[in-house]
Ligand binder design. Structure first.
Ligand code: BLG
Length: 488
């Protein structure tokens, strides 16, 4: 009896103690805000990234970069202010993420490797990249891991590439490599370009962004499978922010905005090919300086962006004033005789006159367009009209409308334009046959050149020339260099 009651009392005591504990922990659970709630209360999304052309940098228009633009949209969706910090190295990035008052999210082109699962929790992927072995043109091309033995190899400290080389060294003990926390991807590529090292490893997207700056670097071989880039939060965090990130990435995939961003930053190598990208880099150095002032002056006089005008000139003639097509279209801006006369150009082979004529004509083409076409599409339509003529463009717009698509959207009209070369379609149009595929390539290429020119003309380059022998770019040879706001 006694024992039983003692048992009961004790039991009741235990039970109430557990109850209180449960209650307390329940209360604590209720009062402790989730990571997302904490961020929302703060009103600011603190993000850590790397200062590099593939992630985050500043150009003449301010902050930019693939990661920056994507994370900015994420912050906007959440109604938060965005605060960007840059890490000195990858180790620094992961340790900052763990600090209680540190950044809450890393958006830095990070590969979610198994080795990093201790350092961070990764989101779903937003980009697939392939790690590539980079060597200098003129050297023997490495085609497999055994070709790396005996080479001077440098990679970023703490990078997925360092992990890959460590794994490879188990198989090839003679393989030697170094890691450095004092460099960024652009430095590695520059070192290969200049012959200071033989080999580096970078991700395909980073090469795509940088190819134009380093015309001598080449891909030896893809080292391993495609890998997934993801954003990351600190390992101890709850999943509230990560869930929000994943929902955002899914939306960006579904509505096509992620693809558009990828095309803008990384698509030019797909469009131009590697040969095209480094030929462009060479011409940027060798040819553009001769005509840059003409582009700038004509653009200023006609209130357009000089880099767009320069991009047209490159597409038309590769910046060659004596260019002539089979059909007798001539000069740096490839004016037809009729256009030249209408624009007051007496000598199409004079680069200055040609550029002024081209500037006038593109502005005129823009003015001809209906009000309903908004920027940036307006610029793409004007470019198409420059190439194919406004009559044929109008035909394509009508066909686009008849298909139930939007005649004011370049994305829709460019699908229809090639039909102008097919009888079943052009026979229904006012102006008839045209090589409708040509303006589609024309616009696509110009957009790439324009993007690249935008990256390489940074604030400190404004008002200066890409003059040969002009050492105006800090820290690098005569080539334009992506800006480095923080030395890494
Ligand atoms: C353009 C004219 C348009 C003209 C179209 O042709 O030339 N643009 C310029 O002169 C700047 O004015 O439109 S139209 O007046 O309404 O007829 C259509 O005739 C030039 C194009 C032609 C193209 N490049 C500028 O983009 C060209 O040279 N094609 C020849 C290719 S091939 O090498 O001869 O095959």
């Amino acid at each position: 009896m006694f024992a039983q009651s003692v048992f009961r009392t004790r039991c009741a005591g235990w039970l109430s103690a557990i109850g209180i504990l449960l209650l307390l922990s329940g209360c604590a659970e209720e009062t402790k805000p989730s990571t997302l709630e904490r961020i929302q209360a703060e009103g600011t999304l603190r993000v850590i990234t790397r200062n590099s052309p593939a992630t985050y940098f500043e150009d003449r228009n301010g902050e930019t970069g693939f990661e920056y633009e994507l994370v900015k949209r994420f912050a906007e969706d959440l109604g938060l202010k965005l605060e960007i910090q840059t890490a000195d190295s990858l180790d620094d990035l992961f340790s900052s993420l763990k600090k209680p008052d540190g950044p809450v999210l890393a958006a830095a082109g990070l590969v979610s490797t198994p080795g990093r699962s201790q350092s961070a929790l990764f989101s779903d992927e937003y980009l697939q990249v392939t790690p590539q072995v980079i060597y200098r043109n003129g050297q023997r091309r490495p085609t497999g891991p055994e070709d790396l033995i005996g080479k001077r190899i440098l990679v970023l400290k703490g990078s997925s590439h360092a992990e890959q080389l460590a794994a490879l060294k188990l198989q090839y003990p003679e393989l030697n490599y170094e890691e450095s926390a004092a460099v960024e991807v652009v430095d590695l590529l520059r070192m290969v370009d200049e012959g200071q090292i033989d080999i580096t490893l970078v991700d395909s997207n980073e090469l795509a962004m940088n190819q134009v700056y380093f015309p001598n670097v080449r891909v030896g071989f893809d080292i391993g499978e495609a890998q997934k880039l993801a954003w990351a939060v600190a390992p101890g965090e709850d999943h509230s922010l990560l869930d929000e990130v994943n929902a955002f990435l899914k939306r960006a995939k579904d509505n096509g905005s992620l693809q558009r961003l990828k095309d803008r930053y990384y698509g030019h190598v797909d469009v131009l090919g590697y040969v095209g990208a480094y030929t462009f880099a060479q011409h940027l150095q060798q040819r553009l300086p001769r005509y840059e002032k003409f582009f700038r002056d004509a653009a200023q006089a006609h209130k357009i962006d000089w880099r767009l005008l320069a991009a047209i000139g490159y597409q038309e003639s590769l910046w060659q004033p004596g260019a002539t097509s089979k059909t007798g279209v001539r000069g740096l801006m490839m004016l037809t005789l009729r256009t030249a006369q209408a624009m007051g150009v007496s000598n199409r082979l004079d680069p200055k006159q040609s550029i002024v004529g081209g500037a006038k004509y593109i502005v005129y083409m823009k003015e001809q367009l209906p009000e309903s076409i908004q920027e940036p599409d307006r610029t793409w339509f004007a470019l198409a009209a420059y190439n194919v003529g406004s009559g044929h463009l109008e035909d394509a717009r009508k066909l686009t409308k008849a298909e139930g698509l939007n005649p004011d959207k370049w994305l829709d009209v460019q699908k229809i334009l090639p039909r102008l070369a097919q009888k079943q379609w052009f026979s229904k149009t006012r102006y008839g046959y045209a090589r409708g595929g040509e303006p589609v390539h024309f616009v696509r290429n110009i957009r790439r050149y324009y993007d690249i020119l935008t990256w390489v003309t940074q604030p400190q380059l404004e008002g200066t020339q890409f003059a040969e022998g002009n050492q105006h770019v800090p820290g690098i040879d005569k080539r334009p260099q992506p800006p480095q706001t923080t030395p890494l």
